[in-house]
Design a binder for this molecule. Sequence first.
Ligand code: HEC
Length: 122
Amino acid sequence: MANPITRLLVTALLATTGAACKAAGPDNFTGDARRGADLVKQYHCGGCHDIPGIAGAEGNVGPPLHRIGTRTYIAGYIQNSPDNMADWIEDPQRALPGNAMPRMGIPQKDARDIAAFLYTLK
Ligand code: HEC
């Protein structure tokens, strides 16, 4: 069966995976998730995204946001963290120039509350 080296590698791999999961957690981030859910409706994110818990949010222009709070990357490029998520929402074109999500002029405070809401989607 598994020799000591294989076992060591598996242990190291598990340790690394655990660390990566922790890094994606909320850390010291603050944002009002309930207000964020209202803002998601107000800004019509659901016109382009299918978003759990938001009535009528069934858009299919961008990816569905199911379990986005536990996703490893935002838009396939950006390490998913609450801060990076807030930056993305505030200005997706600054975060990843040329991607298909438009800049919507969302103030930083609103972007942080929306990020807090998205992080409830596990
Ligand atoms: C006009 C359509 C449009 C609107 C409106 C829009 N998005 Fe997006 N969004 C996109 C597209 C397209 C992508 C995919 C970008 C990519 O992966 O390159 C995206 C990507 C994302 C992602 C990353 C998803 C992933 O799977 O990595 C998040 C999170 C997100 N949008 C949140 C929001 C929020 C919150 C709002 C409202 C404030 C919003 N979007 C409004 C089109 C839109």
